[in-house]
Design a protein around this ligand. Structure first.
Ligand code: DX5
Ligand code: ZN
Length: 218
């Protein structure tokens, strides 16, 4: 299956961000991990960097790992987020948050931690454009893929397929490389985040081609 690729800039060299992103040209999205040091034990960057990234010609898939994301959605959408994804545990009124994201002109997404059940998204599934399954615990790049998440990806695939209307994309994030790609694609994922497996390689175009080939079963 052809996949939608979203390389995670978390693994890029931050001093050379523009050149790093030029190296991954041709990908469908750029995955941008925003962390606040509270929802996850790491801090990255805010809307200012997102605004700069938005000028580089690749639509942004912004993953908010922050508490009370509703306080910042306007800033991140103003900064150019195409997809804006939040975690249900971080936002008490999740339906209001995803509805607001759409009203402000971005495409809402929901992210599930390894311990979060698929039922957490059941009643907002029809209101989002993206469901992101974490296959590592959020906070850091370069962690090991958690294989026990595959049944959850399958379950979400079935839930999404059963929706009568427009269907959100099913994205997987964490430990994706040419070995794990066939597993998640078989389970029904159609959009893949990869940090280390792309920016950690010397030839980024070769790394991208290897993941695309693995998804196609070649
Ligand atoms: C982890 C982030 C991921 C991370 C993926 O909290 O959500 O997007 O950058 O990195 P890799 O592909 O190296 O596991
Ligand atoms: Zn992410």
């Amino acid at each position: 299956m052809p996949v939608i690729l979203s390389p995670s800039v978390l693994s890029a060299d931050f001093l050379r961000l523009a050149e790093e992103i030029h190296d991954v040209r041709g990908v469908e999205y750029l995955h941008v991990d925003v962390m606040d040091g509270r929802y996850v034990p790491n801090i990255t960057f805010g809307p200012k960097i997102v605004r700069h990234l938005s000028t580089l010609g690749i639509p942004l898939d912004v993953h908010l790992m922050i508490e009370e994301p509703e306080r910042y959605i306007e800033d991140f959408i103003g900064a150019g987020a195409h997809f804006l994804t939040v975690h249900p545990e971080a936002s008490v009124h999740l339906h209001r948050t995803v509805t607001r994201i759409r009203e402000l002109g971005a495409r809402p997404g929901i992210a599930l931690n390894p311990s979060t059940p698929p039922q957490a998204v059941e009643y907002v599934l029809a209101d989002v454009d993206l469901v992101l399954v974490m296959t590592v615990n959020p906070g850091f790049g370069g962690q090991r893929f958690i294989e026990g998440q595959l049944p959850k990806i399958r379950r979400l695939r079935a839930m999404i397929d059963a929706l009568p209307g427009p269907k959100p994309l099913l994205e997987v994030d964490g430990g994706i490389d040419p070995e794990t790609t066939p597993l998640v694609v078989d389970a029904g994922a159609e959009m893949l985040v990869a940090g280390n497996a792309i920016f950690g390689r010397p030839d980024r175009q070769e790394a991208i081609a290897a993941i695309r080939a693995a998804a196609q079963g070649r």
